[in-house]
Design a protein around this ligand. Structure first.
Ligand SMILES: [Mn+2]
Length: 362
């Protein structure tokens, strides 16, 4: 993991003597902890890792997770009683004059613990950490591919699973079970399993609504594989496809294709969003694409960046994003098609590959 630590340090705009990643209680566990240690198993609540400019690192954790933490190959200090934590932290930080923290994931109470343990100047290096994490290495890409593959295989099975009369939450439960049967350790986020008019709400999650003929069914879900996440959306029609449903689907698919065609190193992320937005804006569904085109994804489902009019980013090989245009008609329904991609030297590669050419009828 030395390379990852060097990647963070080489992107810093001001020098620091160390960077401390400090976790609180779940969900306030900084995924950067896993990024720099390479660990997969363990919760690491209340744990910390200090990373140094020379690429070395040391872990502070509880006895409970000592054995797991040692798998990183890094030096581990295990705390037996919580009273020891402050002394251990003081000792860890004793030679440091200027220390970096990841403010976007650090709770205020963890910040106070750091402040009470050192006289060092504390600086925020969260932008640098986010930039470093945005460019994935091969091991990360391999895991993202597996996470994408698990979700894609489940997406392709869904038309056989969904039946009229099922409730939205039953479909969500099937997805979760099917992903786990294929090697996922969990859902990448709370599954969106919406039907009928609920599909017009982009972040609906799921309800007890019964799926019936004439509905759209919109499924947005992802798998976790070795801590890395996928995110895919497919939309289906129930009991045949109407002309309007077909036109919505075609427009969204065309928007996604226009965006994908833009993706290569050196391109501004806003242009990728705009390519999709232009297709929708020049259609009968003008004004109905109401969110950014995509977000970066990795150890977190929203990994710190995105393809949207409000984010400044120039694409580099190794960046991973979702590409997810949608059209939402309140009271009628919505269509979204989402895939994950990795930017390559020449363009992009899809990490999800479920079929999408046609609006499939269930
Ligand atoms: Mn997404």
């Amino acid at each position: 993991m030395k390379t990852r630590i060097h990647n963070i340090y080489k992107r810093l705009s001001e020098d620091v003597d160390g960077i401390i990643i400090m976790n609180s209680t779940k969900p306030h566990v900084d995924m950067t902890f896993y990024y720099v240690t390479g660990l997969i198993h363990g919760e690491y609540e209340g744990s910390a890792v200090l990373i140094n400019p020379d690429g070395t690192a040391e872990i502070l954790t509880s006895v409970l997770e000592e054995e797991s933490a040692c798998k990183s190959g890094l030096p581990v200090t295990a705390i037996k009683k919580s009273e020891e934590r402050e002394e251990c932290l003081k000792d860890m930080l004793k030679d440091i004059k200027k220390i970096g923290v990841n403010s976007s994931e650090l709770t205020y109470s963890a910040y106070k613990k750091i402040k009470d343990s050192t006289d060092a100047e504390i600086v925020d290096v969260s932008d640098t950490i986010s930039e470093a994490r945005n460019v994935k290495d091969q091991e990360e890409i391999d895991r993202l591919k597996e996470a994408g593959d698990i979700a894609s295989r489940v997406a392709d099975k869904m038309p056989d699973v969904i039946e009229e009369g099922m409730k939205e939450y039953e479909v969500a439960a099937e997805i979760s079970y099917m992903m786990k049967r294929r090697g996922a350790t969990g859902d990448a986020f709370e599954t969106i399993s919406s039907s009928g008019r609920n599909t017009a709400e982009p972040h609906f999650t799921s309800s007890d609504r019964v799926i019936k003929s004439g509905d759209f069914v919109l499924l947005d879900f992802g798998a976790v594989y070795k801590r890395y996440r996928s995110d895919i959306t497919r939309t289906f029609a129930v009991g045949g496809v109407t002309g309007k449903q077909e036109r919505m689907y075609k427009t969204v698919l065309e928007a996604q294709e226009a965006a994908l065609a833009m993706i290569e190193p050196g391109v501004d992320g806003k242009e990728v969003h705009n390519a999709a937005a232009e297709v929708i804006e020049s259609s009968e569904f003008k004004g109905k694409f109401t969110h950014g085109l995509g977000h970066s994804i990795g150890l977190s489902v929203h990994d710190g960046s995105g393809l949207s009019p409000s984010v400044d980013i120039v694409l580099e090989p190794g960046m991973v994003f979702t590409v997810e245009p949608g059209v939402y008609l309140p009271g009628f329904g919505g269509v979204r098609i989402e895939d994950d991609i990795v930017v390559t030297e020449k363009g992009y590669e899809l990490l999800t590959n479920a079929s999408k050419k046609e609006l499939r009828s269930i």
